[in-house]
Ligand binder design. Structure first.
Ligand SMILES: Cc1cc2nc3c(=O)[nH]c(=O)nc-3n(C[C@H](O)[C@H](O)[C@H](O)COP(=O)(O)O)c2cc1C
Length: 196
């Protein structure tokens, strides 16, 4: 049995991204965003939804760029802090002990301490009401070499991503099997096709 929770913006899990920008004074700023995710593969795009009241909102519009940084669980306190106060008032990079690195590709800094970073050029924006959904075209992904496996894929265990769900931070659970693979075991249940 299921119970109705009404129309709410919840899915499980959510990311806890760090969105980094240069503000209107050219200073690096960073904010937490749980409302976002991969939007397209070709071209590779990611979306983040940001309230117009955020300092980050104006910075994205001004520079037409932002970075999406995937923090590890060790950064939970810093991630929460930069989601609590505004870059209008404080140098959040400094207070949270984070390092802003200048991108060679877009007018936005990225966060050195995050194992995976997406450098994004603003591609489109959709005003949805409370939030503006910014779609960024990913011009490069920077990954910490310690998190790259032999197959050259980022290793989720090494990344140890911070996960946000129901108002709390979590860590990744155990791997259950390869994608595009374990589902094949159900093909035996497909109706047999008459090939005569
Ligand atoms: C876990 C978490 C998730 C958040 N997700 C979002 C989000 O997706 N969009 C948004 O506009 N604000 C979100 N916030 C709030 C902003 O991060 C917060 O208002 C921040 O102070 C804005 O910083 P800025 O004014 O420097 O841009 C989140 C905060 C936390 C703690």
């Amino acid at each position: 049995m299921k119970t109705s929770l009404g129309p709410k913006p919840i899915v499980f899990p959510m990311p806890a991204f760090l969105v980094a920008t240069y503000d209107e004074n050219g200073r690096p700023n960073v904010m937490t965003a749980a409302w976002g995710g991969i939007a397209s593969s070709d071209p590779p795009c990611v979306s983040v939804s940001v309230r117009p009241s955020r300092w980050t909102h104006g910075a994205i519009l001004k520079n037409k760029a932002f970075s999406v940084n995937c923090p590890s669980s060790a950064l939970a306190v810093a991630v929460d802090y930069v989601g609590l106060v505004s870059g209008r008032d404080f140098d959040k990079f400094k207070i949270a002990g984070l390092t802003a690195v200048r991108s060679d590709l877009v007018e936005a800094p990225y966060v050195a301490e995050c194992p995976v970073t997406l450098e994004c050029a603003l591609r489109s924006q959709v005003d949805l009401g409370a939030h503006t959904m910014f779609v960024g075209q990913i011009v490069d992904v920077k990954a910490d070499t310690r998190t790259i496996s032999l197959s050259a894929e980022p290793d989720p265990v090494a990344i140890d991503p911070l996960i946000f769900a129901s108002g709390a931070y979590h860590q990744l659970g155990q791997a259950l099997g390869r994608a595009f693979s374990i589902g094949l075991s159900l093909k035996k249940n497909e109706p047999q096709q008459d090939r005569t």
